[in-house]
Design a protein around this ligand. Structure first.
Ligand code: NAP
Length: 304
């Protein structure tokens, strides 16, 4: 099978290319700029492609002629997305860029897997969000642009998966764990929000599920993150930070604060990021492992 994976310079795209190669697939990675001296997975082909350039996307995807496109490229800077001068660009990448990929996927009859976010919902209540829930009400610009991307994929294609995930961490990029390790190294305490609830997602584990999906025709909407420690036992960012410090052998104290006490964030964030992932198992896919197990493996990966 030939796969085109966008966003290979980022966290998830990198691990999807690695997983595709591990399974013996023919993988083509792309990103807005390709620096071939980077530590990219060996064995894949690489194509620079700005997803906002419809003509280039069409031409390059026709040339690659993939069976499946895993679309991981995105504007992911949630707070910067709120800046007025960035808004046009955010929608160009997350909405129009996704539309360009979907149209090109249709033209070569490829399946498409679009990675989205729980930020398409309004974050109210405590009930986990179901993958087929249509009560979209994003609270911030990033969420709005990703939702418009979802709608474009569903409008243009029949052979698509929309996989919403949350709190992503991978080797190839910046994330909450790396920030906590940096802060923990020279601060005796850190203030972390304790009223935003969800589960983290290790890109190595998510990439396994996405490749499993790519090999099937079980299209539709799915939610995927690492499993809760016990069913229904979601965590806060503060709890996540405590476990990061504990497993990294740091004595940094976590001071829990509320979202309203945290003034650094420009974007409104959902308090309820609980994703109901039962559809994964119901469809016959293997669920992602427990988040604590994922955290241990990730800490080993980044310290080796
Ligand atoms: N990170 C999270 O916590 C999170 C949570 C939920 C859902 N998601 C979704 O999961 C997916 C993967 O996230 P991630 O954390 O792996 O993202 P990431 O590390 O930020 O990687 C995204 C990649 O897309 C590239 N890109 C940006 N604009 C582009 C353009 N115009 N053309 C081509 N490539 C472009 C970026 O390049 P530059 O760095 O040069 O801009 C970057 O290499 C995204 O769709 C994201 O929306 C992420």
């Amino acid at each position: 099978m030939r796969l085109l994976i966008t966003g290979v310079n980022g966290q998830l795209g990198f691990d999807c290319v690695t997983e595709a190669l591990r399974r013996g697939h023919n993988a083509v990675g792309s990103d807005i700029q390709m620096n071939f001296s980077d530590d990219l997975p060996v064995g894949a082909a690489y194509v620079p492609m700005d997803i906002t350039d419809a003509a280039a996307v069409s031409e390059k995807i026709r040339a690659v002629s993939p069976d499946v496109i895993i679309h991981c490229a995105a504007w992911t800077a949630v707070d910067a997305a709120e800046e007025l001068e960035n808004r046009e660009k955010v929608f160009a990448v997350n909405t129009q860029g996704t539309r360009n990929i979907a149209e090109a996927a249709g033209s070569v009859n490829a399946k498409m897997i679009y990675i989205s976010t729980d930020y398409v919902f309004n974050g109210r209540g405590e009930a986990p969000w179901m993958p087929d829930c249509r009560e979209f009400a994003p609270l911030n610009v990033y969420g709005k642009s990703k939702l418009q991307g979802e709608l474009a994929v569903a409008e243009i294609l029949e052979k698509y998966f929309i996989v919403r995930t949350s709190w992503v961490f991978g080797k190839n990029g910046n994330n909450f764990i790396k920030t906590m390790l940096r802060l923990g190294a020279d601060h005796p305490s850190v203030r972390v929000v304790s009223d935003q609830i969800g589960t983290p997602t290790y890109t190595k584990d998510l990439s396994v599920l996405l490749l499993d999906m790519a090999e099937t025709e079980k299209y539709g909407y799915y939610h995927a993150s690492n499993a809760e420690t016990a069913p229904g036992r979601y965590i806060s960012w503060a709890e996540f930070a405590r476990e990061i410090f504990r497993r990294a052998g740091l004595s940094t104290e976590v001071i829990p604060i509320t979202t309203s006490e945290y003034s650094a964030a420009k974007a409104v964030r959902p308090l309820n990021s609980r994703l109901d992932k039962s559809k994964i198992g119901e469809a016959g896919f293997a669920p992602l492992p427990d988040w604590k197990d994922a955290l241990s493996r990730y800490l080993r990966e980044i310290t080796n």
